[in-house]
Each structure stands twice: as structure tokens, then as C-alpha cells.
Ligand binder design. Structure first.
Ligand code: SF4
Ligand code: SF4
Length: 441
């Protein structure tokens, strides 16, 4: 694509980066076919190619964002299916991240939208605040029907609907410290305890620590780590996202210096995509660029790490039929497609893949709160495809997808690691029936 930026504009490294990305796009439109918002809404401006044109026009003319571009960029899930499809290697992720930061800087949203976003950014990345908010959600639940009738309060209704009615106890394992591996030492890793996941389902990280230590891997929970920054990053709040990234880079760099790390284990693929991008996000910060690149290179989804270990035979072989839902951040963001399915199959599960596996479930960070209608359409489409597999359980590797799919599916939805842990001698995951288990040979 031909671009017309002035030399003065290209002095800005963010503009220069976006210009490089824009020039790679050849307008072929292949990406439209796999874009969930184009598939749902049928509007070219809600396709990757349409958004690329809108962003180009805004940046080239040095214009502040307007209502039209905000509408279409807000509808983008950042699912990155377009990056998987694009034959020209257009880095839509970095382009839309730049556009979102530009919108945040130059556009004044309506008051309620600003308030909703400010509350989400203030609450979600902080486990204590999030836990308190979930407790308070019970008070608002009786008013969901009323809130749904008022368009401006639909995000509040969506938040209340997603809030679980009971909150698990906080994990005792995910406190700073070291969990020593059993038997011969096979590695040393740090684990990201994260934010929303640690409140909604602390058992995911507990299970990961338990399985890894049983396999001989030492697991460090570093002092000082926090939210990866993805939630605010996707809202265009760059300063907050970079502050989170720096905090984690510092925490993990200290862990590397105190005993070395083979990997930083991430159990929510949405976080993994962002942490693997820290090197890019902090490239312009001389104090952090190198450290951030090192951290990104160490980041591994837990299934990616397990697939590289030589796993023993499972303790039990569940014959359970599992529908594997590949989160967008897993398959498109991190290009991890094979490992989770192979691990589940090796552990004795019968793995089925739902149709339209490339399409987002509509969770996408805060998307199911900020765009509840499109999100619900995508969720229902996803659940229909999952249920058509005839599976008994749904497995996935991202807490956002778990919450989203579980809000409509009749099947238990669990993190992949819980099924693997079960097969390798751990407890049966909550909500999963014992049927289908057969003893290992
Ligand atoms: S990130 Fe997803 S929703 Fe956004 S343009 Fe690409 S395919 Fe469409
Ligand atoms: S597939 Fe790639 S090159 Fe083609 S229009 Fe989409 S982003 Fe541009």
C-alpha cells in the first residue's frame, strides 16, 4: 500500500513503525473472511482491511480520532485472526495498538464510556480490588434486567452477568517463594500469578505449580510481579501498560539474577501474547529494552513448556471426549496450535476440534463488557460449534474464554492444565464427572 507520510511525521518512531506495517498491506482482503466482526456485521469498515484504511487515513493526516474510527476500532477484538490469514505479514497487532493509543490521546469519549473504562482499568488488574468488586456485584445482580434496557448501562449489565456468584478462596501457593521440584531437577521456572485469573480461578496456577513440581521442575513465584498490562494495553492506556511491563520485567530479571530461569510460565494465553511483546513495547526505553527482550524470549505458555519436557506415561488414561477451544491469543497471538492438543491426546483424552475454530468466542479481555451484543453473538456461535462435537468437557488455555464459554455452555469448561494434571495423578477437576476413566496399562 502506498503511503504519504511527511518526513516530519516519520520522526515519530510510532508513526514510522505503523508506516512500515501499512506499506506491507496489498489490499487483497483475504483477512476479511476470517475476521469475526466482518463475519458478524458484514461491513467492510468492521474488517481488518477497512480498519487499516481508517487508521492510515487518521495517521497520515495527523488527525485526532473521530466517532467513526472509534466505533470501528472499538469493535475490533484484537483476536489477530487477520494476522494468521494475511499472506503479506501485516502486523495488524502493532498497528491497532498504535491506533488505540492515538484514540486514547486524542478522542473524548462520552462520559459513561469514560467512566466504565476508568473503572475497568482501576479494578481488573488488581486482585484485591477485583475480589471486592465481585463481592459487590451480588448487590447489583437483581437490577441486570433494568440495566439491559438502558443502552448506556449495557456494559454494567454485562459485567454483572459475567461475575460469578461465589468467589474461590485466594491461593496460598501463589505467594512469593519457591516450590522445590520432586526428584531429579528438570528445570527452574517463574510463574506469572496474574490478576483476574488469580481471583476467578486460583486453582489454575496452583495446579500448574503442583504438576510442574511433581515433574521435577522448581517453580518460583517472584516477589513484585503483577498484571501483565494486557487489559489496559487493549484500552489504549499505554502509560499504564508500560508501567506494568516494567514492573514485571524488574521482578523476573531479579529472579533470573538469583538462580537463573529456563522459562517464565504463563497460564493465560492473553497474558502470554502481551508478555512475548514486551520486547517490542519497551524497545524505545534504553533502560528496559534489553531486559524486556530477554523476558519476552523466556515467556512460555504452560503447554508450550510441557510439550518440550519429556513427559512420562500418565498415571490414568481418561477416555473423556474433550472439545479443545484454542483461544485467539493462543493460536493467532502466539501461534501455539499443536502442543495443547498433543498433550491432551498423549494424556489419554479424545480430542475434538470445533468447527470455525479460528473465530473468537467474543471474550477478548474487556470486550464482552464493552461490546456485549457482538460478544454474545460470537459466544453463542462458538458454543453451538463446541456442543456439536459431542464432547463431554471443553478445554482451553485462557481464563477469559473459560468465563465467556461457561456463561452459555452446558458442558464443564476447564483449563487444559487441570485435565493434564488429572491424567498425571492430580485430583479430578471440579465439575468434571469421573465417567470415562480407564486405568492406564
Ligand atoms: S483482530 Fe480480529 S476482529 Fe480485529 S480486525 Fe483482525 S480479525 Fe478482525
Ligand atoms: S490479508 Fe493482509 S495484505 Fe491482504 S488486505 Fe488483509 S492485511 Fe492487507
Amino acid at each position: 500500500m502506498q503511503t504519504n507520510f511527511s518526513l516530519a511525521q516519520l520522526v515519530d518512531p510510532h508513526v514510522a513503525e505503523s508506516e512500515k506495517i501499512l506499506r506491507k498491506c496489498v489490499h487483497c482482503g483475504f483477512c476479511t473472511a476470517t475476521c469475526p466482526t466482518y463475519v458478524t456485521l458484514g461491513n467492510e469498515l468492521d474488517s481488518p482491511r477497512g480498519r487499516i484504511y481508517l487508521i492510515k487515513d487518521m495517521l497520515e493526516n495527523g488527525r485526532p480520532a473521530d466517532k467513526e474510527i472509534v466505533t470501528h476500532i472499538d469493535r475490533c477484538l484484537s483476536c489477530l485472526a487477520c494476522m494468521t490469514t494475511c499472506p503479506s505479514g501485516v502486523n495488524y497487532m502493532h498497528l491497532v495498538d498504535h491506533a488505540r493509543a492515538h484514540i486514547q490521546e486524542t478522542y473524548k469519549r462520552p462520559l459513561l464510556d469514560r467512566l466504565t473504562r476508568a473503572v475497568l482499568a482501576f479494578v481488573l488488574p488488581y486482585p484485591n480490588r477485583f475480589r471486592t468488586a465481585l463481592k459487590l456485584a451480588g448487590l447489583g445482580r437483581p437490577f441486570i434486567g433494568l440495566f439491559e434496557k438502558l443502552p448506556v448501562l449495557k456494559p454494567v449489565a454485562a459485567m454483572l452477568k459475567l461475575a460469578p456468584s461465589s468467589i474461590p478462596l485466594a491461593s496460598s501457593m501463589a505467594k512469593p517463594g519457591t516450590h522445590v521440584g520432586q526428584g531429579a531437577k528438570r528445570g527452574r521456572v517463574a510463574i506469572l500469578t496474574g490478576c483476574a485469573q488469580s481471583v476467578l480461578d486460583p486453582a489454575i496456577n496452583d495446579t500448574t505449580i503442583s504438576l510442574l513440581t511433581r515433574l521435577g521442575v522448581e517453580v518460583v513465584v517472584p516477589e513484585g510481579e503483577g498484571c501483565c498490562g494486557a487489559l489496559v494495553h487493549h484500552m489504549g492506556r499505554e502509560a499504564a501498560a508500560l508501567a506494568s511491563a516494567r514492573q514485571n520485567v524488574d521482578a523476573w530479571t531479579r529472579a533470573v539474577e538469583r538462580g537463573g530461569l529456563d522459562a517464565i510460565i504463563i497460564t493465560a494465553s492473553g497474558c502470554g501474547t502481551t508478555i512475548k511483546d514486551y520486547g517490542f513495547m519497551l524497545r524505545l526505553d534504553p533502560a528496559y529494552a534489553e531486559k524486556a527482550a530477554r523476558v519476552s524470549a523466556l515467556a512460555r505458555d504452560v503447554t508450550e513448556y510441557l510439550a518440550a519436557l519429556d513427559l512420562p506415561e500418565p498415571v490414568r488414561k481418561p477416555g473423556t471426549i474433550v472439545a479443545y477451544h484454542s483461544a485467539c491469543s493462543m493460536q493467532h497471538g502466539q501461534k501455539i496450535t499443536r502442543q495443547p492438543k498433543e498433550l491432551l491426546a498423549k494424556a489419554g483424552f479424545v480430542v475434538r476440534e470445533p468447527r470455525e475454530g479460528h473465530l473468537c468466542c467474543g471474550s477478548a479481555g474487556t470486550y464482552n463488557i464493552l461490546q456485549p451484543e457482538i460478544s454474545a453473538k460470537l459466544r453463542d456461535r462458538k458454543v453451538k460449534n463446541i456442543e456439536a462435537t459431542g464432547a463431554e468437557i471443553v478445554a482451553t488455555g485462557n481464563i477469559g474464554c473459560i468465563t465467556q464459554i461457561a456463561s452459555a455452555a452446558r458442558l464443564p469448561v476447564v483449563h487444559t492444565i487441570k485435565l493434564l494434571d488429572w491424567a498425571y495423578g492430580g485430583p479430578r477437576p471440579e465439575g468434571v464427572s469421573d465417567s470415562g476413566l480407564i486405568a492406564a496399562e
